[in-house]
Design a protein around this ligand. Sequence first.
Ligand code: NAD
Ligand code: IPM
Ligand code: MN
Length: 361
Amino acid sequence: MGVYKIAVLKGDGIGPEIVEASLLVLKRVGEIFGHDFVLEEGLIGGKAIDEKCTPLPQETLDLCLKADAVLLGAVGGPKWDNLPTDKRPEKGLLGIRKALDLYANLRPAKVYTALIDASPLKKEIAQGTDFIVVRELTGDLYYGEPRGIFRNGERYAINTMHYTESQIRRVVRKAFEIARVRRKKLTSVDKSNVLEVSALWREIVEEEKQNFPDVDVEHLYVDNCAMQIIKRPSTFDVIVTGNMFGDILSDEAAVISGSLGMLPSASLGDKHALYEPVHGSAPDIAGKGIANPIATILSVAMMLKYSFGLEKESSVIEQAVERVLQMGYRTPDISSEGTTVVGTTEMAQLISKEVEKLCEG
Ligand code: NAD
Ligand code: IPM
Ligand code: MN
């Protein structure tokens, strides 16, 4: 029995639908195990721009700093697409990651047996895939200075790829620690044949390797890695990489599991943590009640495990998701012949029901 304070940032597009669905599961877990999950909502992204003229209001930031964990839906949408980069909804998300110093973004990509037919890859290639991308989240092109668009004379634009030694080292260490308790294989991804930032990255991985002699290390260039993920996904265990490459590779990894709607994430710092699905606000399906809530529900499971140490509760949610998929229930993004298509809320209700059954038995 515990009391846990969670800042809930629903955001834009399908954000409110998937977060509300995931909260049905969280509440059920709370009732069954006797935990008090205290939820406090904050504005972020486009909704915050509309109501508070900024994508990350100070009160939202304060709420997150005080909370034991943050649960986020997604931000962004066509309504705000014409704003300059530094005023967009996405800036709210980048701001919160930086302010909470969430440097390690864990994105586990797993192929569920029940979903093997939803994968765009051949069954024999996809099966057994179970790896985790550890994406650095507070540096790189995303935050490097100088940056900007210059419009006097011929227009030009600059972004700066930038990493300090300590920024690289802390995320690399985290990835080694994760690999150590998994299958002990670490793939470091860079572009060190071209970029100095990557050369430093590789140097530091080689140094840290001395502290983790039990972990096998492989280095791949990002272009080759993008190809190998499709060719031999089941051979990867932990992939560590920078912010930009990690963003791209994790969407690629997600789709092996059948849908972007399946991939959860945990963004961890030394003091704070935020949990969110890997996908975005999916404006094309927002408001229709058909978004897949599983990525967010699994993000809640990650929160229970990583922030609150509630391993049993977390694993019950994961098992419930697996069971509902085995029973043949699907949101449209993962549906195939012979399966039963359900909406966002119904999927969450089915998962809650299985949580209940697992706890009875
Ligand atoms: P997206 O991830 O929102 O959507 C890509 C495709 O995947 C769409 O076809 C969408 O319908 C589908 N999809 C995504 N999540 C799904 C779910 N849960 N269930 C079923 N289908 C799902 O990416 P996009 O279209 O490139 O971006 C849309 C907006 O979201 C942009 O404004 C972008 O900046 C933002 N975005 C936000 C985040 C975030 O908040 N973490 C992440 C990525 C993109
Ligand atoms: C993600 C998103 C974000 C990113 C955007 C919305 C800022 O794509 O969480 O993967 O690029 O990190
Ligand atoms: Mn992304």
